[in-house]
Design a binder for this molecule. Structure first.
Ligand code: 5GP
Ligand code: MG
Length: 183
């Protein structure tokens, strides 16, 4: 068996490329309907980069012209378990004061990452901070936060693909899948 086949075999598709594309298009429509002026999209790296790339292009299709920035947050994750502490590994380059911000992340799980980012941007004077996630995993929520926009509710399993990794692998997969055996 070649390495590619081996890799594919250990991952079971949860959300296919077509399902993702359909939800991303719908989300962009929902976001456009809010008519947010002077919108700044802040993608939380690394996991959200593929989702954010598709979302901003769908936003364009819906007549929007957001600016885009990136912020890398680290949650001192050991393997697949979150420790609870969030810190800024790479900050935004620009100012958010007075801006309507849309925070884009891959997964809302304990909620600590997104709550941290939301509080930070609000404290820096953003006019509003809305949140948009690809996946919502509500089972392990530790802080009270709800995404303003979400593509899918996700089962409580460790997922990879569509930008999301396990040990730096699998970000390139065009679907969201679950690891069905250790790799
Ligand atoms: P939270 O702070 O909400 O607990 O953690 C959310 C972050 O943990 C996500 O942005 C993501 O980076 C990571 N994470 C949570 N669950 C998973 C998962 O199933 N797969 C991957 N690859 N990352 C996850
Ligand atoms: Mg993340």
């Amino acid at each position: 068996m070649d390495p590619t086949t081996q890799r594919r075999d250990s991952i079971e598709t949860i959300f296919s490329p077509a399902q993702i594309a359909e939800r991303v298009t719908a989300l962009a429509g929902e976001i456009a309907a809010k008519k947010l002026e002077n919108l700044l999209v802040v993608a939380v790296l690394k996991g959200s980069f593929v989702f954010a790339a598709d979302l901003i292009r769908a936003m364009h299709t819906n007549g929007m012209a957001p600016e885009v920035e990136f912020m890398t947050l680290s949650s001192y994750r050991k393997g697949q378990v979150s420790s609870g502490q969030v810190s800024i590994a790479r900050d935004l380059e620009g100012d958010v004061e007075g801006r309507n911000v849309l925070l884009v992340d891959d997964i809302l799980e304990s909620g600590r990452t997104l709550a941290f980012a939301k509080d930070l941007l609000a404290a820096r004077g953003a006019a509003s901070v809305l949140t948009c996630v690809l996946l919502d995993k509500p089972v392990k929520r530790a802080v009270t936060i709800k995404a303003d926009f979400k593509a899918f509710d996700c089962p409580n399993v460790f997922v990879v693909g569509y930008g999301m990794d396990a040990g730096h692998r699998f970000r390139e997969l065009p679907f969201v899948g679950r690891l069905v055996r250790p790799v």
